[in-house]
Ligand binder design. Structure first.
Ligand code: ZN
Length: 115
């Protein structure tokens, strides 16, 4: 059974632009985390924070803050959700994965909608 995400942590949706797959990452609050502050020569904690990857639930390391292959999104179709990410969620959290906006309301042009 998956561990439930703290209710005050945010789900973060990261879209892989090349495939359109939307992965799920959890944005924990500082108080959820065990401090992993690395001392960077000439830098400091802030730098370490800025370069730390956003790790999706399926284990992808992404850097949506400064790369173009992965972008944060909050508007996508349910079927774009990465199933591997989705499966890691506790049942209570799986509902939260659908709390996003969709590009358009009707999906009549979807052939599989009739199934
Ligand atoms: Zn994923």
């Amino acid at each position: 059974m998956s561990e439930q995400i703290p209710s005050d942590a945010d789900l973060l949706f990261v879209e892989t632009v090349s495939t359109g797959t939307v992965h799920i990452a959890v944005q924990y609050r500082p108080w959820h985390l065990t401090p992993v502050i690395q001392t960077v020569e000439g830098g400091g904690a802030l730098v370490a924070l800025a370069v730390s990857p956003t790790v999706t639930r399926c284990g992808k390391r992404t850097f949506p803050q400064f790369e173009r292959d992965h972008v944060k999104t909050n508007c996508f179709r349910d079927e774009q959700l990465c199933r591997a990410c989705y499966r890691t969620l506790a049942p209570a959290d799986q509902e939260r994965a659908f709390e996003h906006e969709t590009p358009d309301g009707d999906e009549d042009d979807e052939p599989e909608a009739a199934a």
